[in-house]
Design a protein. Sequence first.
Lengths: 206, 637
Amino acid sequence: MSEETPAFRVVGDVSALPDYAFGPRSILWWGNSAFMMIEGTAFVLAAAAYLYIRGKGGHWPPPGVRPPDLLWGGLFTAGLLLSELPNRWLQAKTRQFDLASVRFGVLVMTLAGLALAGVRAVELSHINVRWGVDAYASCIWLLMVLHTTHVVTDLGDTAVLCLWMFTHQPGPSQFSDVNDNCSYWTFVVVTWIPIGFLIYLGPRLL
Amino acid sequence: MTAETDLRARGLADRRRRLLAAWADAPGLWGFLTTVDHKRLAARYIVTTMAMLFAAGMLGVDMRLQLAAPDMHRMGPQGYDESFSLHGSTMLFLVSVPVMEAMAMWLVPLMLGQRNMAFPRLNAFSYWMYLEGVLMLWIPHALGFTPDLGWFEYPPLSGPAYAPGHRADVWAQMITFTEVAALCVSVNVVVTIFTMRPPGMTLGRMPLFLWGMLVASFMTVFGLPAVMVVTSMLIADREVATHFFSPSGGGDVLLFQHLYWFFGHPEVYIIFVPGVAFVSSIVETFSRRVVFGYVPMVVAVLAIGVLAFGLWVHHMFAVGLPKMGADFYTAASMAIALPIGVQIFCWIATMFRGRLQLKTPMLWVIGFIVTFVIGGMTGVMTASAPLDLQLTDTYFVVAHLHYVLVGGAIFPLLGAFTYWYPKATGRMMSEVWGRISWALVVVGFNLTFFPMHLLGLMGMPRRIYTYPAEMGWGPLNLLSTVSALITVVGAGIFVLNALLSYWRGRLAGANPWGGSTLEWATPSPPPPYNFDYIPTVDSVAPLWTRDELHALEGLSLDSREVLVTTLVDAKPDNRQKSPKPSLWPLLTALAVGVMFVGSIFSPWPIVWGSVPVAATIVGWFWPTRPRAQRGPLRART
Ligand code: HEM
Ligand SMILES: [Cu+2]
């Protein structure tokens, strides 16, 4: 048919366009969102498994087992919700390329993440049942492990960004990276609301 | 030559030289290990899946030989169990899904006029993860512990009580590897299509091929987490004694089936929808007219994507569901025939209203339509709950699933392979041998699998290693086996044709079939940077509406840069850097591999194994920029 490639006629120039972007105009933002969608689906399925087994109508929790203690869970929940405040503030600062504030913000978020991971560690010893006892225990631990993995992953991410921000001269794309990381933390916070409900209130109310 | 064209030619040569310097891989092994070129990675994917297709096909033939006559004992029950488990698992997880992902990886950027995909390094990571999945299944097989519970390993059979040893774990982790690999490509396809369409390619001007790949990728994103969750739960039951699926501990074996089929049914469509995408491209080119009914075609593929998730329960009619539920799912399963019918109608209308050319790719499409219609009808039969109770676990199901998978996905794939082969290699495959292999495969396939419907109706159960002569199943089985050998001869000719044409095929030129989409607007094979300029489009079939394509310039020529456009209207929005080649994706895949393999034996590797994983990911994403000049951790000299 045709041996040669068709001729191109140049009708415009894109060199004046910006070479960075925030939010849905940036490629990485979409990648981040897609992975949140995947992980969100996994959360939904794990929650569905919990409800399915709960729906079979056995004891919830089994006789002699106390539901997870509210104190540490409550502390974690309060701390997590509060951490959204500096997180929102930091996300706003990234769009202003305000290096000093962004450095301060990621440092605060790293410390907040560390503190929350500490509380979570204590929380794990107040579930009041081992995962191998019965299906109730397995479900609680499944949700707990899934969420904890996300807390730890995002903590690691934030800590590395923090180190990088203090040791390098960021360009616009790195501010955009911090921005995306803030969205991810919001994901960790928001998913905890239903998951935490199932873990702490499920055994008491459902 | 006038002075002006001379100047322009020199400008173009200079542009190409600079682009090549920015986009070419390092030579030799280092380039091989670090490349992030979507074409190289996809080609590697495709070659690996073809090797797997061959290996699993040989297992199929081996099973057919065993079943050729009654009372054969060349294989024992254990050997037969291993054969169908390895065959089915390989065909689905190591061939069908990855080969479709790979075709998308190869074609999507070219059809978008782009230089690479959104996340080039994620593609590299995906390939290495997939390769580890291949090794995860086949190395244990070589060492003598092959999974033996079929392509879905239901507990309690796969639970700790009935499946000691590590066969079931090998299967479960193979899935984890391949699912991570598939998710990476799917995310990449979605984001590439959303953010990197060429200026002017609004959503309403997107080729049907891209719609198909987009829908399949979304289905992957929502479907595959289910299988990762369920196999992780299975491993936990086996390893740390959780009770998800053990009735004695309050768990439920049916939970496994629900979660598995929540993925497993969409899985069939994750394989089939890309097949549909190939067919639309091929039908369009060889009918020489834009596919009839663009809007109904797009709506149909979206409908398939949505409906596929409502249907998983039809795999479980035999477990005893509430009557209402069974009726509902029967109706829903039949509903999916509607969008598929719309698609078939539009293709046939296109063929009749256009000028049809029966080249080899088009012949595969015809083989697909005929075979798939038969497979679809048997599917509607098994979707009816009362009939399914009768036919489930018989050869009727074996016939049905091969009709759908081979007819619905492998035939379009072979057509697509023939169709895009000249673009990838610069040479044509032989038409004559192409037709011969087509005839042998299509006829051989139908004669192999059609008799299985009858065997099923005669009551022959699936997954049996032999049967007594009195059952009267011998003659049809012999027919099936002989025909399988014919199919294999046809497939062998196809492979030889592909191999020999690589060196001896006729030179193809840029657009040998007269196709309409952007991949045909660049040389065959495309250079590492794909396109000299950024093409813009103003119709679904840009190469048919203009002799001279409009294009933009202004992306960097000396570094890797891509153009980002807006989501709906595809207006140029910003330029972003495209990552350079890197060894980190391979290192990350190795670290993840160690963690996954280790987790078969103990839960601890998940803990210590995450340290190298984290380290390699940091290496991967670490931005290379100058050291800080201000602040407590600034560079000091
Ligand atoms: C020449 C080609 C092929 C032959 C001769 C063949 C033959 C067979 C045979 C004999 C079985 C076992 C039936 C039983 O005992 O239940 C089987 C099962 C199966 N085949 Fe194939 N097959 C071929 C190609 C394919 C392809 C291309 C695919 C997928 C894309 C595929 C997917 C499957 C699956 C999923 C099973 C079910 C495994 C299980 O029961 O767990 N086959 N095939
Ligand atoms: Cu299904």
